[in-house]
Write a protein that binds this ligand. Structure first.
Ligand SMILES: *Cc1c(COP(=O)(O)O)cnc(C)c1O
Length: 389
């Protein structure tokens, strides 16, 4: 057994990131400035987006997107129960009503059939989450959105580097929000990026910085003007140059980090082919960003449940997590909308089976072997043996 606890998700931060942050600190420009602009440009090139706006979180991106699209009281927004609370909290923040649609049993992404069923005359938008880095069925979701004249907002917190039919996530005209939180595939500690067409982003830029019609960067640069105007009461959601310094260097090593993730996923998939487990799928039509490795324990195969499985992993010094406690099981949403666990049976069933294994480019080969050994050891120790006659 390993001596040292293996953290569920360790960021990969190298000397280049450290040097760039130090340079940013020495440059005298700490808040949004030249590095933030450069990071926006390079991220935009990487995803092929029409435009990019760097923010202090993905949550901020989703919130700003809803604001710019004028979604508010009386409006309904359809999203998935298998997501982090932020995707749904922002709908509450603007005073709109979240409507959940159950997920597909294999990808655990929002199910287009369920989305269609959830549409009412009050529906204004769909927030589609590319869960674990596997893109949603974008063709089906886009068709539904255009047929019913709904806005599509993509929560791409897990999906930097993902592709759908060869098209990078974030390259479309619609709002797409990425996360650079500490555990995400590309990190700036805290941070996010909103992509979409330039007109939407120009409005988002204003909403994301006090509702001010001129940025501090152009005001304080040489020759900049002092004048500004508040056109609406906006938010304080801008990214700093210190964060952008980290992001610029993370982007330089991103393809290597993604390759390393894919390698680990392949090793896990091979090792966990077993009646006891359901391993994650990747459809032929997509490039999976492999943000999470979600292993599911098939019902009836082991004598322990998911919670006990996690305890056994912890006892073997392996950190794990669960993504996610479904939205409809959190007390705020349960109480407000009267959900029961079975309101979304596919999501609830998957939740009871799932755990996320360590997955990070900073893992050594030995770390990967340790995780595999622990999982297989637990499986053989708790396999349900057939009763002897
Ligand atoms: C992490 C995460 C977010 C929030 O990202 P922040 O950058 O922390 O705001 C939103 N949606 C999903 C699915 C996430 O996993």
């Amino acid at each position: 057994m390993r001596e040292k606890f293996l953290s569920f998700s360790l960021p990969f931060v190298g000397q280049e990131e450290i040097d760039e942050v130090v340079e940013a600190l020495r440059s005298g420009w700490l808040t949004s400035g030249p590095r933030t602009r450069q990071f926006e440009q390079e991220f935009r090139q990487y995803t092929g987006s029409p435009g990019a706006l760097a923010l202090n979180s993905c949550t901020a991106g989703l919130h700003v997107a809803l604001k710019v699209l004028n979604i508010g009281p009386g409006d309904e927004v359809i999203t998935t129960p298998i997501t982090f609370a932020a995707s749904v909290n922002v709908i509450e923040h603007v005073g709109a009503t979240p409507v959940l649609a159950d997920v597909e049993p294999d990808t655990l992404n929002i199910d287009p059939v369920q989305v269609e069923k959830a549409i009412t005359p009050a529906t204004r938008a769909i927030i589609a989450v590319h869960y674990a880095g596997h893109p949603v069925e974008l063709n089906a979701i886009r068709n539904i959105a255009s047929q019913h004249r709904l806005h599509l907002i993509e929560d791409a917190a897990h999906a930097v580097g993902a592709e759908f039919h060869g098209e990078p996530i974030g390259c479309g005209d619609n709002f797409t929000a990425f996360s650079f939180y500490a555990t995400k595939n590309l990190t700036t500690g805290e941070g996010g990026m909103l992509t979409g067409n330039q007109e939407l982003l120009d409005r988002a830029r204003i909403v994301s910085l006090h509702g001010m019609n001129r940025e501090a960067w152009s005001r304080y640069a040489a020759g900049g003007k002092w004048a500004y105007d508040i056109v609406e009461p906006g938010f304080k959601y801008n990214m700093t140059d210190i964060q952008a310094a980290l992001g610029l260097q993370q982007l330089r090593r991103f393809s290597w980090m993604q390759e390393r993730r894919a390698q680990i996923v392949q090793q896990y998939n091979q090792a966990f082919q077993s009646a006891a487990f359901i391993t994650p799928v990747t459809r032929d039509s997509v490039r999976n960003a492999h943000h999470l490795y979600v292993l599911r324990i098939r019902e009836g195969e082991l004598s322990i449940d998911r919670n006990q499985f996690i305890d056994e992993m912890t006892a073997r010094n392996i950190g794990t997590s669960v993504h996610f406690i479904p939205i409809h099981m959190h007390s705020f949403y349960k109480n407000k909308y009267g959900y029961t666990p079975n309101s979304f049976p596919v999501a609830h069933g998957a939740f009871q089976q799932m755990l996320s294994l360590p997955l990070s480019p900073s893992m050594s080969d030995q770390d990967v072997c340790d995780v595999i050994e622990a999982v297989l050891d637990i499986r053989s120790k708790f396999a349900r043996r057939r009763m002897a006659a």
